[in-house]
Design a protein around this ligand. Structure first.
Ligand code: BES
Ligand code: ZN
Ligand code: ZN
Length: 476
């Protein structure tokens, strides 16, 4: 557990991080003339982080840039905070006071966020987890620009990101679809969310043929979880709906994954679900005044004697038929059922999030989310802005009519793959067939799970989408 809070003062024994800008006055801080000289000399040599070892405590002086777009300054602050975290853990420090010395307006919170998010570790399966655990457990923020409420909000969002990362990092040997629904129940109880889990019989009764088809090769049943946050002061009359792909493991099914080693991390194919779950948790913990419902269709995708096969025609929840030409294009099958189910709520807006296509990852790498939308409002702009604020940026791809041709089937209403071209878009076009409301599709295949550490994002499950959706809903 990592905690962050506000403070009004620091004592002589506390480790400090003084966050400052170029040429700011440092004379009010407890430095000797020699130390001040050293700090100024280091800054002149283009160093950004200077460590003063006062033996009874450490003082770090962190220089942050000015004169860029504010969202870039915030990202610089998070990244700098990650380097500081690494150093603090190396020095076995447990607590730091972050002291504002004229940092940019939002930089103190962003810096705190960078430290908080850097604190995450997934140690559950190690015997010596205590030895491996980071020393840094707490930060206090000393800044007029940061309120208690800001600290609580950031604490809740960080915890939501951690919950999301935990779910992604859990392997299938623990996190089956049923277990995922139990985890959602548990988080819902903490946050005050209403959670209802549909079992296989209910899913059959609802004729969710896409989810059931993918589940046919599994030894475990599917689940469909409905999460609701409906505060009395909700600003919206019709709900906003979030849909997350909950494929707890994707082997590809009988169209077994062709790419070497790609199955190694397919426990992360429920990252869309994890992002949505984290966003719901943060929304409820921060009591955002908005009515939101989340839908999480979940199963693993495996080859087996009874697995669905290429060539099958599947009857979907909305009555449409789908020709399956690749069982590895499974995410769209279960998302389609969830998107049709969403129609019954007459939603104001639906956003789905999914590790849907390798094509999206190839197109933008880990740097962005591929987004597509059918909207006549400025919602996409709002989402893009949220993306910049939290640095989970969105690149918009088109949903032009021409792409409908790519997924025309000769035997059914639609087929579940396009050709080699425009793979992320044809997946989006497939989903679009199951919507009849304002809708955004976010393909997070590139940024959901990383093999090498990427600053405060860490490695493994990133929890992408939690901060994005929370920020979007907060400003909705
Ligand atoms: N889960 C994968 C997409 C994916 C790939 C996520 C890489 C994360 C990293 C998805 O179910 C899939 O297999 N998509 C296929 C679709 C194709 C068969 C049309 C793909 O992208 O190759
Ligand atoms: Zn797949
Ligand atoms: Zn998948």
């Amino acid at each position: 557990m990592f905690t962050l809070k506000k403070t009004d003062a620091y004592s002589a024994s506390e480790n400090l991080v003084i966050i400052t800008k170029k040429d700011a006055d440092l004379s009010s801080f407890p430095f000797t003339a020699n130390e001040l000289d050293y700090i100024n000399k280091s800054f002149a040599e283009k160093q950004k982080l200077v460590q003063i070892n006062q033996y009874s405590r450490q003082i770090f002086v962190q220089l942050l840039d000015t004169g860029k777009d504010h969202y870039l300054l915030k990202e610089d602050a998070r990244q700098a905070a990650n380097k500081l975290s690494e150093l603090a853990n190396k020095l076995k420090l447990a607590h730091l006071v972050l002291v504002d010395n004229l940092a940019c307006d939002e930089c103190m919170l962003a810096y705190a966020e960078g430290i908080a998010l850097s604190s995450y570790q997934f140690l559950k399966y190690f015997k010596d987890k205590d030895d491996q655990a980071n020393s840094l457990k707490e930060i206090s923020i000393l800044s007029k620009k940061v309120s208690d409420a800001d600290c609580t909000e950031l604490q809740n969002v960080s915890n939501a990101v951690f919950a999301s990362r935990d779910l992604i990092n859990e392997p299938l040997s623990y996190l089956t679809a049923v277990q995922l629904s139990k985890e959602i129940k548990g988080l819902g109880e903490i946050a005050g969310l209403h959670v209802e889990v549909f079992d296989k019989r209910k899913i059959e009764a609802l004729k969710m043929g896409g989810l059931l088809a993918v589940n046919k090769g599994s030894i475990d049943p599917p689940t469909f979880t409905v999460i609701e946050w409906k505060p009395e002061n909700a600003k919206n009359e019709k709900p906003v709906i979030l849909v997350g792909k909950g494929v707890v493991y994707d082997s590809g099914g009988l169209s077994l994954k062709p790419t070497k080693d790609s199955m190694d991390y397919m426990k992360s194919d429920m990252s869309g679900a994890a992002g949505v779950i984290g966003a719901m948790y943060a929304t409820a913990m921060n009591k955002l005044p908005i009515h939101v419902i989340a839908l999480i269709p979940a199963t693993d995708n495996r080859p087996d004697g009874n697995a669905y096969v290429p060539g099958d025609v599947v009857n979907m929840h909305n009555g449409m038929t789908v020709e399956v030409l690749n069982t590895d294009a499974e995410g769209r099958m279960l998302l389609a059922d969830a998107l049709s189910y969403a129609q019954k709520y007459d939603p104001e807006l639906v956003i789905d999030m999914a590790t849907l296509t390798g094509a999206a990852a190839v197109a933008v790498g880990k740097e962005a989310i591929v987004g597509m939308g059918k909207l006549d409002s400025d919602i996409f702009t709002q989402l893009k802005t949220a993306g910049e604020e939290v640095y989970e940026r969105i690149v918009e791809f088109p949903l032009w009519d021409e792409y409908d041709e790519y997924i025309k089937s000769t035997i059914a209403d639609v087929k579940n793959i396009g050709g080699r071209d425009a793979g992320a878009i044809t997946a989006g076009k497939f989903l679009q067939r199951f919507t009849n409301y304002p809708w955004v599709h976010l393909d997070i295949a590139g940024s959901a799970f990383l093999h090498a550490s990427s600053s405060y994002r860490g490695k493994g499950g990133i929890g992408v989408g939690v901060r994005l959706l929370h920020n979007f809903l907060k400003n909705y």
